[in-house]
Design a protein around this ligand. Structure first.
Ligand code: ATP
Length: 437
C-alpha cells in the first residue's frame, strides 16, 4: 500500500468508525472543518494527555495554564500579529481561485485550471479572525480569536512566576484552540482554520538560550518516537539564517513524512527576549525577573516548542494504519501505542445468552473504573475482534460458558492475536501491567 493510498484509507476509516468526520455535514460540510467523533475525541484526548504528562506531570520545572481565547487587542499589537501575521494572497484571473503566493508551483501554472501567468499581484492577507465584543460593532469593540496560545502564556508570565514560585529555567505549558483564516486549508486535518495547539514557553537566563533550544529539539523528537512514530518518518529541519524571524536566534521544525511529503508537526524556536520585551513596552509593566542568588535583574529568554494536536493525531493514525492477511482474510489493524488507543479494553460476551450477561457486566463494571472500555455483544466473535482491531483496541476480553465454571476469561492481544486465559480476580492487575499510562 502506497502512502497516498494509506491516507485515503485512514480518511475513510476515520469517517466510517466515528474518529473524524466533516463538520456540519448535513448542511453539505463547512470548508475544511472537522469534528472528532466518539472514538476520535478519545484519541485526541490521549495525544494531549501524553503531551501534558511528559511536559508537566513528569517534570518539576513546568507548570500548566489555561488562558482565555479572547484577549485584549493590544496583546496582538505588541506581539506583532496585527502588523505582520499575514500570508501573501494571489487570485487566478482565469478561474478566480485563491492561493498562497509562496506555495505556487515553480511552473507558474494555476494548480486548479492550469492557466499560465494568470495570477494577480500578491497582497498581504492577515490570518487573524476578527470579531466584536459587546453589542456595538465598531472599531473600539474589535477583538481577535487567538491565532496561537503562546501570547496567553507571555502576558501571564509574572502572575504564574510569582504564584508558583518558580525561577528560570522553568516553563509554562498550555493546550488550547487557535484560529487562523488560512487561505488554503486542506490535507484533511493537517491545515484547518480551527485547530488545537500544545505549547510550552520555557523561560531561561539569557546566556542559556542555545543550550535549552538544543535540549528541547532532542526532547520533542523523542516524544514522537516514544509514542510509535518510526525515526525515518521524522526529521528535524533547522531553518537557515535567512529564514529566521527577526527575533529568532534559532528555529527548527519537527517534520513528519506525510503522504504528500514532509510537513511541519511542530516548530521549536529560540525567541530570545522578544515577547516579554514587547509586552513590557506595550503594557508598561515590569516583566523582568530578579534573581536574588546573583543579584541580577533580566528579561528571560524563551524557548518555544509549539506542536499541533491535530497534526500529531493524524501522524499517529497514518503510522498506525496497517492491513495484513490472516488465514486468508484481510485484517485492518490500527497499531496505535496503547497509551493513545481510544478504547483500551473491549468486553465481549461470547453470545447474548442471559447466563453470560451478569458476569460480563461484572467484568465491565470492574474494568471501566480504570480503563476506557467498550462493551459489545452483537454478531460473531471474529467480526467483533476485527472491529476492535481496526480502531486499535489493545485487548479484548471474552466471557464464554467456561467462565461460569472456572471464573476465568480469554484475553486477546491486538498485534500478536495471542490469547491468555486469565482468572477474574487477576484481570485488573494483568491489564494494568500491560497498559502503561
Ligand atoms: P505552517 O508553516 O504549516 O503554516 P506554522 O509554521 O505557521 O505552520 P506555527 O505557527 O509554528 O505553524 O504553529 C505551531 C504548530 O501549530 C504547527 O507546527 C502545527 O502543528 C500547528 N498548526 C499551525 N497552523 C495550523 C493549521 N492551520 N491547522 C492545523 N494545525 C496548525
Amino acid at each position: 500500500m502506497s502512502r497516498p493510498e494509506a491516507m485515503d484509507r485512514v480518511v475513510n476509516l476515520a469517517k466510517r468508525r466515528g474518529l473524524i468526520f466533516p463538520s456540519s455535514e448535513i448542511y453539505g460540510g463547512f470548508r475544511s472543518t472537522w469534528d472528532y467523533g466518539p472514538l476520535g475525541v478519545l484519541l485526541k484526548r490521549n495525544v494531549k494527555e501524553a503531551w501534558w504528562r511528559s511536559m508537566v506531570q513528569l517534570r518539576d520545572d513546568v507548570v500548566g495554564l489555561d488562558a482565555a481565547i479572547l484577549m485584549a487587542p493590544k496583546v496582538w499589537e505588541a506581539s506583532g500579529h496585527i502588523a505582520t501575521f499575514t500570508d501573501p494572497l494571489v487570485d487566478c484571473r482565469s478561474c478566480q481561485e485563491r492561493f498562497r503566493a509562496d506555495q505556487l508551483p515553480a511552473s507558474g501554472a494555476c494548480p486548479k485550471c492550469g492557466a499560465k501567468d494568470s495570477f494577480t499581484e500578491a497582497r498581504q492577507f492577515n490570518l487573524m479572525f476578527k470579531t466584536f465584543v459587546g453589542p456595538v460593532e465598531d472599531d473600539a469593540s474589535v477583538a481577535y480569536l487567538r491565532p496561537e496560545t503562546a501570547q496567553g502564556i507571555f502576558v501571564n508570565f509574572p502572575a504564574v512566576q510569582t504564584t508558583s514560585r518558580r525561577k528560570p529555567p522553568f516553563g509554562i505549558a498550555q493546550i488550547g484552540k487557535a484560529f487562523r483564516n488560512e487561505i488554503t486549508p486542506g490535507n484533511f486535518t493537517f491545515r484547518t482554520r480551527e485547530f488545537e495547539q500544545m505549547e510550552l514557553e520555557f523561560f531561561v537566563p539569557p546566556d542559556e538560550g542555545n543550550k535549552w533550544f538544543e535540549y528541547w529539539c532532542a526532547e520533542r523528537l523523542s516524544w514522537y518516537t516514544d509514542l510509535g512514530i518510526p525515526e525515518n518518518h521524522l526529521q528535524l529541519r533547522r531553518h537557515a539564517a535567512e529564514e529566521l524571524s527577526h527575533y529568532s536566534a534559532g528555529t527548527a521544525d519537527v517534520e513528519y513524512d506525510y503522504p504528500w511529503g514532509w510537513g511541519e508537526l511542530e516548530g521549536i524556536a529560540n525567541r530570545t527576549d522578544f515577547d516579554l520585551t514587547q509586552h513590557a513596552k506595550f503594557s508598561g509593566e515590569d516583566l523582568t525577573y530578579f534573581d536574588p542568588a546573583t543579584d541580577e535583574r533580566y528579561i528571560p529568554h524563551v524557548i518555544e516548542p509549539s506542536a499541533g494536536a491535530d497534526r500529531a493525531t493524524l501522524a499517529f493514525l497514518l503510522d498506525a494504519y496497517s492491513e495484513e492477511e490472516v488465514r486468508g482474510e484481510q485484517r485492518v489493524v490500527l497499531r496505535l501505542d496503547p497509551r493513545l488507543a481510544p478504547i483500551k479494553v473491549a468486553v465481549l460476551p461470547l453470545s447474548k445468552d442471559e447466563r453470560l450477561s451478569p458476569v460480563a457486566h461484572e467484568v465491565s463494571d470492574a474494568l471501566r473504573q480504570g480503563f476506557m472500555i467498550d462493551y459489545d455483544e452483537t454478531r460473531a466473535i471474529g467480526r467483533r475482534y476485527r472491529r476492535q482491531d481496526e480502531v486499535g483496541t489493545p485487548y479484548c476480553v471474552t466471557i464464554d460458558f467456561d467462565t461460569l465454571d472456572d471464573r476465568a476469561v480469554t484475553v486477546r492481544e491486538r498485534d500478536s492475536m495471542n490469547q491468555d486465559r486469565v482468572s477474574l480476580d487477576k484481570l485488573v492487575p494483568y491489564l494494568s501491567e500491560r497498559l502503561p499510562r
